[in-house]
Design a protein around this ligand. Structure first.
Ligand SMILES: [Zn+2]
Length: 518
């Protein structure tokens, strides 16, 4: 120690610029020079050839996932810049890293902090002042939302079509198995009174105890600290369904696990999505994100052992076969009435104002006045359709991409040792509808049909996925024919009259061999 610690590009430019890839790499190198206990791994290489850094800051000697978990240390993973126009997370994460080798070294006695400061590096390098022009700075411009393939990485968690997402899931989420995943963004929508909004996992197929702890304890604690220590208002992420009539309600976004926060929930882990408010200036956004990160680490420092226990219990319940039914379709629901801070907005005079930033219609004028308004908070989702969780899925004539996808997620896949006759449920398709509009290169598929029982004989080598494994919630979501974000939805399967995935409902003895995770 004693070396001079580096400054971020945001700091040295007086907040008119954000870091480029080379700046981030130089910053990390300077941190490592100052503290050789900080380690760096590459977790993916982008389509344009950039190696994505994962910085590991924990107690000396804790250098592998095995040593971290053996020591019972909570692992917190912070990722920034998944949308490379939303850049303050990248700056705040670097500042936090600097604190972890200096003023806040103490936090590393109890936690292992993993930081991926520049996830969408290819998008970041396309910095231009033409991007996100409604966002208040940085004046020198920001990158783009998509990766080098034109994909939105925050829609790629299930299908894993980008090298970034495959590397993230395999080398960070599956390998390090972080207890908490923090994903840093910037808002696009409504005019409200919060410098930062946040969300836990929103898919109710996640473990109920983890959802409840997030909403009852973890997030309220962080919110209260943000207010008492930093004097800043924060709340659950949302938008007014109508900027001019806020009483109609505050709406969160989406329950599907193509989004990172929902995906992490299906892995039985905690997650916090952070959205800095795009209408405060760049420096203020960096600061609030930085403070929010500190309060997350403080909260995990306080609750880590309890959270570790809850996460372990979530896995244990699955192993004991307690998972009976899970949702495949969902709808948004109000969970409480809340006083939400609204920026008073009025109808614009003809020829002035601008459209509601969330809905795109209704010409409005902002007033700058913030007032609390009582309204329903549409902050949760509930299942509208549920399906049985089987003992095992049998995948008939599995395309290679299906097995590769499951293995990358870390799901245990087996093959039958010999020809086997099983009583199965098969999904007889009555309708297969492809979305007219293309999304992320796909016309998403919706299947309707009915489950029918029958006996079927499968050859040796047929793929099996047992559901007494920790990632059963995720496996269910990927393999159910009716799933709103599974491998059927994303067209991984050839679908004829019968969906090529069967369900074995009751436990049976299956002679099978585990497929190696390469
Ligand atoms: Zn975003």
């Amino acid at each position: 120690m004693g070396q001079e610690l580096p400054k971020t590009t945001a700091e040295t430019s007086n907040y008119i610029a954000t870091s480029r890839y080379a700046d981030v790499m130089a910053f990390i190198a300077a941190i490592q020079h100052a503290d050789p206990d900080v380690r760096v791994e590459t977790f993916a290489t982008t389509t344009e050839g950039r190696a994505l850094p994962l910085v590991i800051a924990g107690p000396p000697g804790i250098v592998t996932p095995r040593s971290a978990h053996a020591g019972g240390l909570p692992v917190v993973f912070i990722m920034a810049n998944i949308h490379a126009g939303e850049v303050e997370g990248k700056e705040a994460a670097q500042m936090l890293l600097r604190d972890l080798v200096s003023s806040h070294r103490r936090l590393r006695d109890d936690l292992v902090v993993l930081i991926a400061p520049i996830y969408n590096a290819d998008g970041n390098e396309k910095i231009s002042t033409e991007h996100r022009t409604n966002q208040l700075g940085p004046a020198n411009g920001v990158g783009v939302r998509e990766n080098g393939q034109g994909l939105d990485l925050n829609r790629d968690y299930m299908k894993l079509e980008s090298p970034e997402a495959r590397g993230l899931v395999k080398n960070v989420l599956a390998r390090w198995d972080p207890l908490v995943v923090v994903d840093l963004h910037t808002t696009n929508g409504s005019y409200h009174g919060y410098q930062l909004t946040y969300s836990p996992m929103l898919n109710p197929d996640a473990d109920e105890e983890l959802i409840d702890f997030s909403r009852d304890t973890l997030l309220p604690r962080i919110r209260e600290q943000m207010k008492s220590k930093h004097g800043k208002e924060t709340y659950y992420y949302g938008n007014f369904v109508d900027q001019l009539t806020p009483e109609k309600g505050w709406y969160t976004f989406d329950s599907r696990p193509r989004f990172g926060n929902n995906y992490t929930g299906l892995r039985n882990r905690f997650t916090i999505l952070s959205e800095a408010y795009s209408y405060i200036d760049f420096r203020a956004r960096v600061e609030v994100t930085y403070e929010f990160l500190h309060e997350i680490l403080d909260a995990v420092d306080k609750y880590g052992p309890k959270m570790n226990k809850l996460a372990a219990r979530a896995g244990e319940r699955i192993r004991r076969g307690k998972l009976r039914k899970l949702g495949t379709r969902f709808e948004i629901k109000a969970w409480k009435d809340a006083d939400v801070l609204w920026e008073k907005s009025v109808p614009a005079e003809p020829g002035s104002g601008h459209p509601d930033p969330w809905t795109g219609h209704g010409m409005i004028q902002r007033t700058g006045e913030i007032v609390p308004v009582r309204m329903p908070d549409y902050g949760i989702f509930v299942p509208t359709e549920r399906q049985e969780v089987p003992y095992a899925y049998v995948i008939d004539a599995a395309p290679h991409a299906v097995i590769e996808n499951l293995l990358t997620h870390g799901i245990v896949v087996e093959t039958l040792n010999a020809e086997t006759t099983l009583k199965v449920e098969q999904f007889v398709v009555s309708e297969a509808t492809r979305a007219e509009q293309e999304f992320q290169g796909h016309h998403e598929l919706t299947l309707t049909g009915k489950w029918k029982s029958r006996e079927e004989t499968f050859p040796a080598g047929t793929y099996i996925v047992r559901m007494n494994q920790p990632l059963a919630r995720l496996a269910f979501y990927l393999l159910e024919p009716r799933s709103d974000d599974g491998l059927f939805e994303w067209n991984f399967f050839e679908v004829g009259k019968v969906a090529p995935v069967r369900k074995v409902e009751k436990p049976v003895a299956l002679e099978a061999t585990v497929v190696a995770q390469d």
